[in-house]
Write a protein that binds this ligand. Structure first.
Ligand code: C2E
Ligand code: MG
Ligand code: MG
Ligand code: MG
Length: 290
């Protein structure tokens, strides 16, 4: 009887695995086709500073599938990350963002855009060359690009990672560390890497108002970033109380539904402030003789 049960369990396990594999393959195939047919698009989620101005945005990929409707990134990014598909997708995202930035600049709109880079993408031996090529062919300014890396990237050979980051830095690209607090980064790494910002994972932000230890983590991350002289972006800010606490801790930038949900590019265009040219004029006027 026990044997029978064991056999059933194995059977169930194998079937389950097969189902997973089938599902994975299906998603992979459909995603490949979607990439070829431009069935993906990008949303942008604004990032806000302490005076309430939009100072940047994060590009987030969306997949409108004919059969399944809007597919959540959580349902396809991890699958894409299992193969080189994530590299094709990443390439598509980067060139799409670069084209968009050029378009915005032609309208006198300047926006710093953050892009998510998966560990596997970053690991490509020709990653830097690919980025360089896209920047050159689109005419985008690297100074307006931020690459969001996760702590998973840092699990690879740190010297190789560092060299790549330095080469990209020299192009003008900046870096932030995404989902910070959920991985394994050591202070040693943080000190070594050319990081411009840490993004506090939204799980800490969410629980910071109800849980003392999460509140302490948030405060510690912000204090630590200050010591290292890098910015902190709080992710997933949904409530006034969360924002109040983050401000009190000295946080610099905020991203979350409390301000904006991710919006389509056309909406983002409407949101980008055009006050920059006025600012320049103000400076000139103010610095002139009284
Ligand atoms: P992420 O990079 O940490 O992005 C933040 C996620 O939090 C986004 O989910 C965003 O829509 C969501 N979010 C923002 N504010 C709030 C809030 O106030 N409350 C809640 N509940 N959620 C909020 P999204 O767009 O579903 O993306 C999920 C993840 O998929 C991203 O996490 C990122 O890891 C990955 N991803 C998305 N786009 C890309 C991409 O173009 N390339 C790569 N490699 N990964 C991507
Ligand atoms: Mg991100
Ligand atoms: Mg994140
Ligand atoms: Mg995430």
């Amino acid at each position: 009887r026990a044997k029978e049960e064991g056999r059933n369990r194995v059977q169930f396990y194998l079937e389950n695995m097969q189902e997973h594999a089938d599902h994975r393959q299906q998603v992979e195939e459909r995603l490949r086709i979607a990439l070829d047919n431009d069935a993906l698009y990008l949303c942008y989620q604004p990032q806000i500073d302490n005076s309430g101005d939009i100072v940047g945005a994060e590009a987030l990929v969306r997949w409108q599938d004919g059969e399944n409707g809007l597919v959540n990134p959580a349902a396809f990014i991890p699958i894409a990350e299992m193969t080189d598909l994530i590299c094709l997708l990443g390439r598509w995202v980067l060139s799409n963002v670069c084209q968009q930035m050029v378009e915005w600049r032609q309208q006198d709109k300047k926006l710093i855009v953050s892009i998510n880079i998966s560990p596997r993408e970053f690991q490509q031996s020709d990653f830097v060359e690919m980025v360089e090529e896209i920047i050159l062919t689109t005419g985008a300014r690297a100074e307006y690009l931020v690459f969001e890396l996760t702590e998973g990237v840092l699990l690879n050979d740190i010297d190789t990672v560092l060299i790549k980051m330095q080469r990209l830095s020299r192009l003008g690209i900046r870096f932030s560390l995404d989902d910070f607090g959920t991985g394994y980064s050591s202070l040693q790494y943080l000190k070594q890497l050319p990081l411009n910002a840490l993004k506090i994972d939204q799980s800490f932000v969410r629980d910071s108002i109800s849980n003392d230890s999460d509140a302490a983590v948030v405060a510690t991350i912000i204090a630590m970033a200050d010591t290292l002289n890098i910015e902190v972006v709080a992710e997933g800010v949904e409530q006034q109380e969360e924002l109040d606490y983050l401000k009190q801790c000295g946080c610099h930038l905020y991203q979350g539904y409390f301000f904006y949900r991710p919006v389509i590019a056309a909406e983002m265009t409407q949101l980008i402030p055009e006050f920059r040219s006025h600012l320049v004029q103000d400076v000139v006027i103010n610095s002139g003789p009284a």
